[in-house]
Ligand binder design. Structure first.
Ligand SMILES: Cc1ncc(COP(=O)(O)O)c(C=O)c1O
Length: 389
């Protein structure tokens, strides 16, 4: 018998990744202090967090969490359909539906699970999922799990999406896109995608993990900023672990959609409900995110300041107006070296390498937060210039 060893095969892949400067490393954060983290005994300005509004350590969220934990305990103890769904979850679903202007919302324990659950509930083998080339891995994996045909279109290119749709005029189609692209920071052509889907009788799903809280009036997200209704974007998904500073995710849409997902989304049915105290903390986060506009204003100012400074220093930023400000470097080795040099200068900006981004497009994914200050941005620009000189 010559059966290959799975562990040996994994070890060989690991060695090859190391050779190509592609190994990932888990780092232990020893403490968090506002916009700073402690790593290996050093205090670093954190430029890798998705806590865009600075809510993860907000006193109102901590308080809501503690009060709810005192009332409910820690765990939900069961799946939503088996006694795990508490008043806190119901109240959060209502608050999310109101905020995003949808009839109903349904909680999932993570964004990854929300995407898997929705897409595999909607699509069968004979169906087609049309996706942007730069979509988040969870959307791509979801289509694979559904077993449908996956067709990719050129990034943010509606004509390319149209060409893919034209190849399957008789199939049921879901078009799925990030609202704000997680590694590039640009916003999808939402209005054109919605028009294309209407024309092609395809269903549009937007993953607004990085738009919710940041874009649109009261931070209702990229879809709201584009003035698109529930009819235009029937399936809206977003996460609670980024601008809202907590954890988990939701899908929002018509009552029919949500009721059907309750019956058929396996990642909703076969998993423990999120802890009720997290639901309470998320509700507190929504209040801050919706009504403290100054956080978005400050973020917008920092983004402008950073981009203007980068232009002055000749730094090659991607075309993004959101807090995700990627600095393209190219090779994985060069991105790793730049990241290490920044760390020596007191900044945490890990290198993002393939397969998370396409080959030859390794980068520093710099994320700004309302926790940062103008002088943080200026020091960062100086350090970037030195690291990339
Ligand atoms: C666009 C996008 N969708 C989904 C996810 C997954 O969300 P979660 O971290 O809650 O699993 C992420 C990142 O984590 C993301 O960036």
């Amino acid at each position: 018998m010559s059966r290959p060893s799975l562990i040996d095969r994994l070890a060989a892949t690991h060695a090859e990744r190391a050779r190509q400067s592609l190994l990932r490393r888990v780092r232990n954060v020893e403490a968090v202090d506002g916009a700073h983290i402690w790593l290996d005994g050093r205090r670093l300005l954190n430029l890798a967090s998705n806590d865009y509004l600075g809510l993860a350590q907000h006193p109102a969220l901590r308080e809501a969490l503690a009060v709810a934990a005192a009332r409910w305990g820690v765990g939900a103890t069961a799946a939503h359909l088996l006694g795990g769904h508490r008043d806190e979850h119901a109240a959060l679903e209502d608050a999310l539906a109101r905020w995003t202007g949808r009839e109903r919302a349904l909680l999932f324990s993570t964004g990854y699970m929300a995407n898997l659950g929705v897409i595999s509930a909607l699509l069968d083998r004979d169906d087609v999922c049309v996706q942007d080339k730069l979509n988040h891995a969870s959307l791509v994996d979801a289509a694979r799990l559904a077993g449908c045909e996956l067709k990719r279109y050129l990034h943010a290119d509606c004509e390319s999406a149209q060409r893919q749709l034209d190849t399957c005029p008789d199939a049921a189609v879901l078009v799925a896109s990030d609202g704000v692209f997680s590694m590039d920071g640009d916003v999808a052509p939402l209005v054109d995608l919605a028009a294309l889907c209407r024309k092609q009788q395809a269903t549009l799903m937007i993953d607004d993990a990085h738009g919710l809280g940041v874009l649109g009036s009261e931070g209702a997200g990229s879809v709201a900023a584009a003035n698109l209704s529930q009819d235009d974007v029937p399936i809206l998904m977003a996460t609670l672990g980024k601008a809202l500073g907590v954890a988990g995710a939701f899908v929002a849409g018509s009552a029919t959609l949500i009721e059907s997902l309750v019956q058929s989304a396996r990642t909703y049915i076969y998993t423990t409900a999120m802890p009720p105290a997290l639901a309470a903390a998320t509700r507190a986060a929504i209040d801050v995110a919706r009504f403290e506009d100054w956080r978005r204003d400050r973020l917008a100012h920092l983004i402008e300041h950073f981009r203007a400074g980068a232009a002055l220093h000749g730094l090659a930023l991607a075309e993004s107006r959101t807090p995700i400000q990627p600095l393209l470097i190219g090779s994985s080795a060069a991105a790793l070296a730049a990241s290490a040099q920044l760390e020596d200068a007191g900044f945490y900006a890990p290198a993002i390498r393939p397969p998370t981004v396409p080959e030859g497009k390794a980068r520093l994914r710099i994320t700004l937060s309302a926790l940062h200050s103008e002088s943080d941005v200026e020091r960062l620009l100086g350090a970037l210039k030195a690291a990339l000189a």
